[in-house]
Write a protein that binds this ligand. Sequence first.
Ligand code: SF4
Length: 149
Amino acid sequence: MKEYFNLHRAHVFCQEGCSSCCEKGDYPISQIELAYLMQGYISLDNEQKTIIQRNIKNIERGGACPFLIKKRCSVYKYRPVVCRVHGLAYMCGDKVKLPYCVNEGKNYSGVYQNGEVVINPILENLDTPSVLKQLEYGDIRNLYDWIKK
Ligand code: SF4
């Protein structure tokens, strides 16, 4: 992932305080990643836990991640694969998936024309469910489904 980020460094302008990728999405994660995420949760202080519990109560499918507090990931070190590709353009099946912010003048916007990215072909398939299947990390569900179960 580090290598891929380095390869695309010139087109990625992610910075602290931007949380667009955590504000809407399905966040497919595996069983092992969920357990790791919960380790992150356990390490938080009571105030953060209370905020997350409240977020969980109000969680909506396709909405904000409950671990997002004041535009920051409260469990950053423990974040799953799907979060580690935030901000990157990559192959998803036979289509290039772009971050939301391409239309906000941010990531890849300098190489985005007529709905396409005009840099060398993006070959890496980082579609999270297929990556997780290869890793054999156990059952895969959207965060919403893990939490609501
Ligand atoms: S776990 Fe953290 S990085 Fe991942 S979507 Fe939630 S807030 Fe964002």
